[in-house]
Every structure is written in structure tokens, then in C-alpha cells.
Design a binder for this molecule. Structure first.
Ligand code: SF4
Length: 388
């Protein structure tokens, strides 16, 4: 049996995500009410009692990257898409308490009925990647593509990890949503509809899928920087690219480096390196296995006892998997702690607060997407659901 070696905590361990490193710029507001103290010894009991009082009226969703103290109260755990689907499959639950981040709660609101309300226990739980593509930036990019004459043959594809506004834009322009599990199928569908793809907002998932899964070259990909005129590209570069990748990334998965992989292999030549496709292309190329969060979980479930694994994804999930499979040697690919800090804003005090508000007849932190945006976004999601 091998124990999990917790990486060293550093000052940068809890990255400030959102825009830049300015906490004040992140989405959301302070909790509008009295938040229980984290030291309150009754938090677990309070959460249990509130959940019991709400019964079938509440359905609690917990993302895989969420803290253990919150996950213990989740009715279901999963990645963002699975959780949105689970919410849609519970029409009897009046309240969906989403322990994830803002864009996930938006997707749940889009897919659930009008009688259901989606609650995000902390409105500051945003996502740095989703925030890297705003609606006005993407409209500007589309205008650039129209000006150089390629918008008509370009199909927009957005990763699930994007705001409802971006999903709405993609639906309006005949595009599709994808997840890290079906990005290849979504891209093949897009190339059946047009000649080029605008891929939002994660450059790494787009590049890794095109090159690793579909056999394109890095030269087929260009990177559109929304902070530069024309995305920092020439008109010919926009015209000739097979895929236009948005300059966005995940601040958590972006931390894994080639040096991490080399160090792991030096220390343990038998190690299997397993990473998420949101990691950089060089890390993905150096890994043994690449796949979504659900793929990572299944790979470790199927792994031989005694086998050695270094995992490149969020630390809460890696630690939980290491505890679940003590007969396998599971370590974290980075040497330092790296949580998704915005996801981690949803802690037990916020969950208790949200549940107790519901018990008191108040519905806090409701996430709503306007009907026009939701309707276009649903089109893009439905195209994904119809993928073969
Ligand atoms: S892990 Fe990355 S993509 Fe996922 S919610 Fe956190 S910042 Fe966003």
C-alpha cells in the first residue's frame, strides 16, 4: 500500500483566478447574509439537518474538483456536463444547489425547467478560462472573420467551459458545444458543416484534439488574441488557418510543465503519466494517456494494483482518487499544491448558508440566463447531444 504524497503548499498554491490576479475583479459579490464561521463545530450537522428538511425539493450537485467537505453532501458528483444533465433529469427538485462554478450553474439553468431554480452558494465561484472569452470580444472576432471573407465557411465550436453568452453566440451562428470527452466528434461534425473552425475558449483542448486526435499539424492552427487588433493575425493567416484557436486556457491545468513530466519519469521510470487535455500541447505530447476527468477516473479504476500513476488534473480529485485506490501509487504531477481556487470558494459555510436560506423560504444566489441567450445556447447543446 502506498500513501499519497501531498505536494508542498506554497504562496501560489491557491491561485487567484478570474481576470488577472485582482480578486476584486472576479465575478460576483460577497455573500448577502450571515455566513457561518468556518470554525463552527456544528457545520456538518447543520448541513445535514437543512438538507433533510428540504428533502426531495433540493438536489445538490458536486463537481469532481470540489472540496471533500462539500462533496460529502452532493447527491451526485461529476464533470460539468454530467452535472447539467443530472439537474435536467430531476424535474421534481425545485432547487438545484450547484457546487461548481458560474458557467456550470448557467448550463444547469439552461437545461432545467422554468419551475426550477439554480443556486450557486458563492457568486464569486467563477472560472478563469470562461472569463477569457467575453461576448463582445467574440463578436469582434466574428467581425474580423466577416471582413476577411471567411465567416460564412467558419463553424464556431465552444467548450462547455464557457459562459452562456458564448454558448448563445455559437448556437446563433450554427455551431456546437463540446466537452473534453467529445471534442473530436464535435470538430468532425463542424468540418462536415464548413471549412474552418473557431474554437473557444480553450486553445489547448482545441490544439490537442486537432493534432493528437485528428492528425492535423500545428501549422493548421492559429491563435487569436482578443487583446490585439485582428487577433494579432494577418488577414491571410485568418484565411488560411484550418482552425482559429481562442487565446484562453485553464489556470489550473496550465501549471503542469514538461519539467514536471521529466522529473516524474526520472524518479520513477515505471510511472504512467495521465493528464487532462486542457494541459499544454507539450505536456500532452509527453504524457502516456490523455483524457477527460471521467476518463481519468475510469483509467485509475481499471489500473493494475501496484501500478504507478502521476496525474495532471485538479488536486482535490487526485487526492480523492489516491485515497480511494490505496493499492495503486497515485501522485500529483506538479510539485506544488494546485487547486481550482474559484471552485474552492464554495466551502462548507457557504453550502450551509445556502441550504439554511432555502429552509427559511428565501432563495439566494439564483443563476438565471435570459431566454433569448438560453434558446440559442440550447441549440448548440442539442447539436452536441445529437452527435453520433
Ligand atoms: S479547473 Fe480550470 S476550467 Fe475548471 S473551473 Fe477551474 S479554472 Fe475553470
Amino acid at each position: 500500500m502506498t500513501g499519497f504524497n501531498e505536494p508542498a503548499s506554497t504562496q501560489t498554491a491557491l491561485l487567484l483566478l478570474g481576470r488577472g490576479s485582482d480578486a476584486g475583479s472576479e465575478r460576483g459579490v460577497d455573500c448577502p447574509g450571515e455566513l457561518p464561521a468556518p470554525s463552527d463545530p456544528d457545520l456538518v450537522e447543520r448541513a445535514r439537518a437543512a438538507k433533510e428538511a428540504l428533502g426531495g425539493n433540493v438536489f445538490v450537485l458536486g463537481h469532481h474538483y470540489q472540496r471533500d467537505e462539500v462533496i460529502q453532501f452532493a447527491d451526485v458528483t461529476g464533470d460539468s456536463f454530467k452535472l447539467a444533465q443530472q439537474a435536467a433529469a430531476r424535474p421534481d427538485a425545485e432547487y438545484i444547489v450547484f457546487c461548481g462554478v458560474h458557467f456550470m450553474a448557467e448550463s444547469a439553468d439552461i437545461l432545467t425547467g422554468d419551475h426550477q431554480r439554480v443556486v450557486l452558494p458563492d457568486m464569486a465561484a467563477g472560472c478563469s478560462m470562461a472569463d477569457m472569452a467575453t461576448a463582445s470580444q467574440v463578436e469582434q472576432c466574428w467581425e474580423d472573420l466577416q471582413r476577411v471573407g471567411v465567416a460564412d465557411v467558419t463553424v464556431p465550436v465552444t467548450y462547455m467551459n464557457s459562459t452562456a453568452a458564448i454558448k448563445g453566440f455559437v448556437g446563433r451562428e450554427g455551431g456546437i458545444v463540446c466537452t473534453s470527452s467529445n471534442a473530436e466528434r464535435a470538430l468532425r461534425w463542424a468540418y462536415d458543416q464548413g471549412e474552418k473552425v473557431l474554437f473557444l475558449p480553450d486553445q489547448h483542448l482545441g490544439r490537442n484534439t486537432m493534432v493528437r486526435e485528428m492528425g492535423y499539424s500545428l501549422d493548421d492552427c492559429v491563435l487569436y488574441n482578443p487583446h490585439k487588433p485582428n487577433g494579432g493575425l494577418t488577414d491571410d493567416e485568418l484565411r488560411n488557418a484550418k482552425i482559429i484557436l481562442w487565446k484562453g486556457h485553464c489556470s489550473v491545468h496550465g501549471r503542469f510543465t514538461l519539467a514536471c513530466v521529466e522529473e516524474m519519469r526520472r524518479v520513477d521510470p515505471e510511472v504512467n503519466i495521465l493528464v487532462h487535455p486542457e494541459c499544454t500541447h507539450e505536456v500532452v505530447e509527453a504524457a502516456d494517456y490523455v483524457g477527460s476527468t471521467e476518463y481519468i477516473i475510469k483509467a485509475l479504476e481499471a489500473a493494475e494494483p501496484g501500478s504507478s500513476w502521476a496525474i495532471g488534473t485538479e488536486l482535490n480529485l487526485v487526492r480523492r482518487l489516491a485515497n480511494r485506490f490505496p493499492d495503486k501509487k497515485i501522485s500529483f504531477l506538479d510539485k506544488t499544491v494546485c487547486y481550482c481556487s474559484t471552485m474552492n470558494r464554495i466551502d462548507l459555510p457557504h453550502l450551509v448558508w445556502a441550504l439554511e436560506e432555502l429552509v427559511a423560504g428565501r432563495v439566494p444566489n439564483v443563476i438565471t440566463v435570459d431566454e433569448r441567450t438560453a434558446s440559442y445556447a440550447r441549440e448548440a447543446l442539442d447539436r452536441m447531444l445529437a452527435l453520433p
